[in-house]
Design a protein around this ligand. Structure first.
Ligand SMILES: [Zn+2]
Ligand SMILES: [Zn+2]
Length: 250
C-alpha cells in the first residue's frame, strides 16, 4: 500500500467519517446506511426538466410537452426535500464548503449513470464535452465569498474528466433574487440576464447549478450559451424543487 493511502486508511480508522445528515458513522461515502437509503432520489424524472414523474408516465412532463424548454435534458439526483434542502442551505448560506463534495457526488453518480449506457433515444447519446457553472451576480459572489455552482461544477468536471469553462457565461444584469419573486414572474426577471463570452461552436455544454425550481434561470442561461454557439445544453443540478417550494435559489 502506498504511504499516502496507508496514512489515509489510518486516519479513517482513528477518525471515522460522520454522516453529513445525522452524524452517525458514514458507510456510503458521506452518508450512513439509513440516510443513504432514505435519500429522496428521483426514480423517474422528465428527460427534459427532471420533474419527478410517476412510473406509468411517458418520458416528458406535462409542462415540457406543452412548451419545450430550450435545454436538451436535465439530470437531478434528488428532490429538494429533507435532507437535501437543509444541506444545500447550509452549503450556500452557512458557508459549509465541506458539503460541496457529498452534494457533487450525488450529481456525479447521476451523470455517470446517464452517460454509461445511453439508450437509443437518450439525449445523452452525444455526451457533454464541456462543463459550465451557473454564474452568480458579481455583488452576490462578493457578499457570499464563493459561488456554490462553481464549487459543484469544479468537482463534476474533475470526475467526468471534462474541461470547466470558468469564463464562458456571465451575468449581464443584476436581476432581483429569483427566490424573492412569485414563480410566475421568474422567467421575465431573468430574461437577458446572461451573456456568453466565448465561442462555444460545436460544444455540448453541461451547465451545473445547485437547485432547479421553475427552470427559468437555467433556460435564460441556456439561451446565452446557444447564442455562443453551443450545439447542446444539458443541465445538471444536485436537487430539483417543485415550483411551489421556496428554495432560496438566486
Ligand atoms: Zn445518517
Ligand atoms: Zn419536463
Amino acid at each position: 500500500m502506498p504511504q499516502r493511502k496507508l496514512w489515509s486508511a489510518l486516519l479513517d480508522a482513528c477518525f471515522p467519517a460522520r454522516c453529513v445528515s445525522c452524524g452517525q458513522q458514514a458507510q456510503h461515502g458521506a452518508w450512513c446506511r439509513a440516510c443513504h437509503t432514505a435519500l429522496p432520489r428521483i426514480e423517474k424524472g422528465c428527460v427534459r426538466c427532471a420533474a419527478p414523474l410517476s412510473a406509468s408516465s411517458g418520458t416528458l412532463c406535462g409542462a415540457c410537452l406543452n412548451r419545450a424548454p430550450p435545454f436538451d435534458a436535465t439530470l437531478a439526483a434528488c428532490r429538494y426535500t429533507f435532507p437535501l434542502d437543509q444541506l444545500l442551505q447550509d452549503f450556500k448560506y452557512g458557508h459549509h464548503l465541506a458539503l460541496a463534495a457529498p452534494l457533487a457526488q450525488l450529481l456525479i453518480e447521476d451523470c455517470q449513470r446517464a452517460l454509461a449506457s445511453p439508450s437509443e433515444d437518450s439525449p445523452f447519446r452525444e455526451a457533454p464535452t464541456h462543463i459550465v457553472a451557473m454564474p452568480l451576480a458579481a455583488a452576490r459572489q462578493i457578499e457570499r465569498g464563493f459561488n456554490q455552482a462553481q464549487e459543484l461544477a469544479h468537482l463534476v468536471a474533475a470526475a467526468l474528466k471534462l474541461p470547466l469553462l470558468t469564463d464562458a457565461l456571465i451575468r449581464a444584469k443584476d436581476a432581483p433574487k429569483q427566490a424573492t419573486l412569485p414563480w410566475r414572474e421568474r422567467h421575465k426577471n431573468v430574461r437577458g440576464a446572461f451573456a456568453c463570452r466565448r465561442d462555444l461552436s460545436g460544444c455540448r455544454v453541461l451547465l451545473i447549478d445547485d437547485v432547479m425550481t421553475t427552470g427559468a434561470t437555467v433556460a435564460a442561461a441556456t439561451k446565452a450559451l446557444r447564442d455562443g454557439g453551443a450545439a447542446k445544453v444539458f443541465i445538471g443540478v444536485a436537487a430539483r424543487a417543485s415550483v411551489t417550494q421556496e428554495t432560496g435559489v438566486p
